[in-house]
Design a protein around this ligand. Structure first.
Ligand code: UDX
Length: 435
């Protein structure tokens, strides 16, 4: 199959590289010449484990190309995937579809034969209908199909998720789209990955429902964590106790500082707007969003409480800035409100993140934060240590050495990566989440 992918962000680049690795010919198109030049030099614009070698080997085999020009990529194309960004629109939380519609408009004007246009970006219900309308208005050749094929990949595990998906979801309203997509995913089909064929609108909604449900699990366990703290129970044991019930499942029940990233915050808000427009009240998702916002904004107060009511004049070491490990992504990271509020309240923050430091700086206050070159430098002389992101390298710190390097004894473990006894043995006043 010959595939064109428009947009070389997370979803576009990973999908393009993986499709090429299946043996298809893939051209990735992006308007940003800097990104394309980087990719041609085999430099990745995003930090994703394994992506550079996957890109390099498929480029070398002549199956993967990068370009800024759409027209030369289109002849013989069977499918064109739209993988451009759909950020939250300022003000109303709706998904901003400007990039999607601009890409479709340009595509319609340049196509000379019918193709299957597939949305891979997360797009609100009805976007496929809108795309079909634009194709028609802009004079695309007769016989184009529009399908929805949402992506469920997690940052940091994106390639494995793409190649070993729990399911492949295909929303199509005609046979041609179903056939082309079945052929594209044939290598996975042979691996017995379940392929679900549903209507286009159903596929679009399923993506939002999946993310909203996962976000619900997190907000739920975070509420249970607060309750555990209040009544003297252990949220990790509660999570295990409920998670072993097959109907609940053990995953996505880690209590923490609230969810962040490029998907959950934006998709839950967009789902609420869709529901509102459809005249349906989504009370659960509404609560999930509120619980998460309150949680992220409440982390600084937790530090303040641990420090006896004030952080003014104190030095707080913050380990981990990105929204989760194995990514440099800072979007909606819980560290952002935490560090900003700590500094506002008069603390001095010494921060360290293994890969996210440069991406973090624009989100942090200009004064009041220093960036350390390693965890021990960050910890040096601190009154409190807050572990915000569970990078592997923070899991096996020499707690005795950490305690000796600090001035104070507060350890706020927002990801529950240590045990109380070991922390207390090293002399810490240990403050986990929900235990
Ligand atoms: C998510 C979905 O998992 C993926 O299917 C979708 O396509 C995009 O959004 P991602 O944003 O990469 O992927 O990260 P994920 O690993 O799902 O974590 C999201 C957030 O939830 C992180 O902030 C993480 O720390 C938090 N989280 C996750 C918890 O607080 N507790 C958990 O148990 C799981």
């Amino acid at each position: 199959m010959k595939i064109v992918v428009i947009g070389t962000g997370y979803v576009g680049l990973v999908s393009g590289a993986c499709f090429a690795d299946f043996g298809h010919h893939v051209t990735c198109v992006d308007k940003d010449p800097k990104k394309i030049e980087m990719l041609e030099r085999n430099e990745m614009p995003i930090w994703e484990p394994g992506l550079d070698s996957l890109v390099e080997s498929n480029v070398r085999k002549g199956r993967l190309e990068f370009t800024t020009r759409l027209s030369p990529a289109l002849p013989d194309a069977d499918a064109v995937f739209i993988a451009v960004g759909t950020p939250s629109r300022r003000g109303d939380g709706h998904a901003d579809l400007t990039y999607v519609f601009n890409a479709v408009r340009e595509l319609a004007q340049k196509l000379e034969h019918p193709v299957v246009v597939v949305t891979k970006s997360t797009v609100p219900v009805g976007t496929g209908d809108e795309i079909a309308k634009i194709l028609k208005e802009e004079g695309a050749p007769e016989g184009c199909s529009v399908a929805s094929n949402p992506e469920f990949l997690r940052e940091g595990a994106a390639i494995a998720d793409f190649k070993h998906p729990d399911r492949i979801l295909i929303g199509a309203n005609d046979d041609k789209a179903r056939e082309v997509l079945r052929e594209i995913y044939r290598p996975l089909f042979l691996n017995k990955a379940p392929m679900l064929f549903v209507s286009r609108r159903t596929a679009e909604l399923t993506k939002y429902a999946a993310n909203a449900f996962l976000a619900t699990k997190i907000s739920f366990i975070n509420e249970m964590a607060d309750l555990c703290e209040a009544v003297g129970a252990d949220v990790q044991d509660v999570a295990r106790g409920i998670g072993l019930d097959n109907r609940i499942g053990p995953k996505f029940l880690h209590a923490g500082p609230g969810y962040g990233g490029s998907c959950f915050p934006k998709d839950t808000l967009a789902l609420l707007r869709t529901a509102e427009e459809a005249g349906v009240e989504n009370q659960i998702v509404n609560a999930v969003v509120k619980v998460n916002d309150d949680r992220k904004n409440g982390m600084a107060a937790r530090v303040e409480k641990a420090m006896g009511g004030s952080v003014s004049g104190k030095t707080v070491a913050v380990l981990g800035l990105t929204f989760k490990p194995n990514t440099d992504d800072m979007r909606d990271a819980p560290s952002i409100p935490l560090v900003n509020m700590l500094v506002e309240k008069g603390a001095k923050v010494q921060a360290y993140d293994p890969v996210g430091m440069e991406m973090a700086k624009p989100h942090m206050p200009e004064d009041g934060v220093t960036y350390a070159d390693g965890e021990m430098t960050a910890i040096n002389g601190a009154d409190a240590l807050v572990i915000v992101t569970e990078w592997d390298e923070f899991r096996a710190l020499d707690l005795d050495a950490v305690k000796a390097a600090m001035k104070g004894d507060k350890l706020l473990d927002l990801r529950n990566i240590y045990e109380r006894d070991e922390a207390e043995r090293a002399g810490f006043d240990y403050r986990p989440i929900g235990r």
